[in-house]
Design a protein around this ligand. Structure first.
Ligand code: F0G
Length: 419
């Protein structure tokens, strides 16, 4: 099985370009990486993964941000703003309140467009240039479209985004709009948008930059690499567990791949790999359903609903990569309510860390798993927060307190404060 944590480093096939190739995770078919545009396997339609003849070790990394890790990426540099090097916040009050030995928060909202998607796009848009494609496109719950629009603009390329009408937070549409993407609002959910973009890509109308594109996930691996390096610097160990929100399960797949490659090169002991723990909203939880039932694939949920619109997804396309990742690392998956998500968003805000609702799902999930005793009191945990508070100003207003109108007069203001 090609997705086992302890699988040995692969042999370089003749189709490889400079030690890099594409391989189908289902049937093992191998393809040259940059000769043709291809998102899935020609033979069986399975998901593709980027493979390297020489997986990276710690000594290979230098510099800052995503491209510090170019030894783990297909290129030396990309179309960059630049991205990565996000903070790993201490949150002492929340740590004590949740009741774990260590809690750190990796705030991916601090990337250039305010989400982790920038890490994928710096690589994905670089590959698009290599392939010489015209228009770039994605389906999106918002953040992917903001990142694609910005990186497309940076690379001087045309961008097209398909969004579920009425279900994308205001900040994200504003970004896509100002960075000059052509925005189509579809009368359907994210999964229908992705179906259409896949059809457009198959007809050669656009280059697809959703996380189905294996090169996107290469950039997102650097979240895992940064967490391990920084955590080890601070504690001399690796975190026991990484908790993250799950939509299409791209990050779950990417972090697992980062860890597998480190194990292959001998840089990381298989026993030191953090338990990947995915969190979904109760109204959109096909991954949780698959983990709980021991299924090898997810069931498509046609009806999905949650306040955390970024993860309002019923058909996680990367499930075949992510389910083995959760299982092989002894992780788990859990669903949380919208109320629990908002509560966690307030908790993080109380530590000065402003996140959008989907991001807070990680903390809500950790709290729930700790209460259930699935997470132990002596665990060292990193929660991933994937997007910035300003992405979804409406949700922030709802979670926070209303402004108080006062007269234009100091005495009246003092009186009001004393009330
Ligand atoms: N958190 C945020 C803030 C997101 O925007 C997304 C995905 C996820 C978590 C889920 O990540 O798909 O890797 O499991 N947003 C995509 C988008 C779908 O279109 O912006 P995943």
């Amino acid at each position: 099985m090609s997705l086992e944590l302890t699988a040995p480093a692969p042999e370089e096939p003749s189709v490889a370009d400079d030690g890099t190739w594409l391989e189908c995770i289902a049937c093992g078919a191998q393809f040259a990486p940059f000769e043709d545009v291809r998102y899935t396997c020609d033979d069986c339609d399975g998901l593709l993964e980027v493979r390297y003849a020489s997986p990276p070790t710690w000594d290979d990394f230098e510099g800052r941000g995503v491209w510090r890790y170019n030894a783990a990426l297909p290129f030396e540099e990309g179309v960059s703003l630049p991205e990565g090097a996000t903070p790993l916040h201490e949150v002492p009050r929340l740590e004590a309140d949740v009741g774990v030995e260590t809690l750190r928060v990796k705030h991916e909202g601090m990337n250039p467009t305010g989400s982790f998607k920038d890490r994928g796009m710096t690589v994905g848009v670089r590959v698009a240039k290599e392939l010489g494609v015209g228009r770039l496109a994605c389906a999106s719950t918002g953040n992917t479209s903001a990142a694609l629009a910005a990186y497309g603009a940076r690379g001087g390329m045309e961008t097209l985004v398909l969004l579920p009408a009425g279900k994308v937070a205001a900040g994200k549409i504003a970004q896509a709009s100002l960075h000059d993407a052509r925005i189509l609002e579809v009368d359907g959910n994210f999964d229908s948008c992705l179906d259409i973009v896949q059809d457009l890509a198959a007809r050669g109308e656009a280059y697809l930059l959703n996380s189905l594109n294996p090169f996107r996930l290469e950039g997102q691996k650097t979240i895992g690499l940064e967490i391990l390096e920084e955590f080890h610097e601070d504690y001399g160990t690796y975190p026991d567990r990484i908790v993250l929100p799950v939509g299409n399960a791209g990050n779950t797949s990417a972090l697992y791949k980062a860890f597998r490659e480190l194990v292959q090169s001998g840089a990381l002991d298989a026993d030191d790999v953090p338990k990947l723990t995915g969190v979904q909203a109760e109204g959109a939880a096909p991954m949780v359903e698959a983990i709980e039932n021991g299924w090898d694939e997810t069931r498509r949920w046609d009806e999905v609903e949650t306040r955390a619109t970024a993860i309002r997804i019923g058909n996680p396309v990367n499930a075949p990569k992510a389910l083995p990742g959760i299982r092989e690392t002894n992780g788990t998956a859990v669903a949380v309510s919208d109320e629990e998500i908002t509560e966690a968003q307030r908790d993080l805000a109380g530590e000065g860390v402003g996140v959008e609702p989907a991001s807070a799902a990680s903390v809500a999930g950790l709290r729930k798993l700790r209460a259930e005793g699935v997470v132990d009191v002596d665990e060292q945990v990193v929660c991933l927060t994937t997007g910035h508070l300003l992405k979804d100003p409406d949700a922030a207003f709802e979670a926070g307190d209303d402004p108080e109108p006062v007269p234009n007069d100091t005495e009246a203001v003092l009186e009001h404060l004393a009330e």
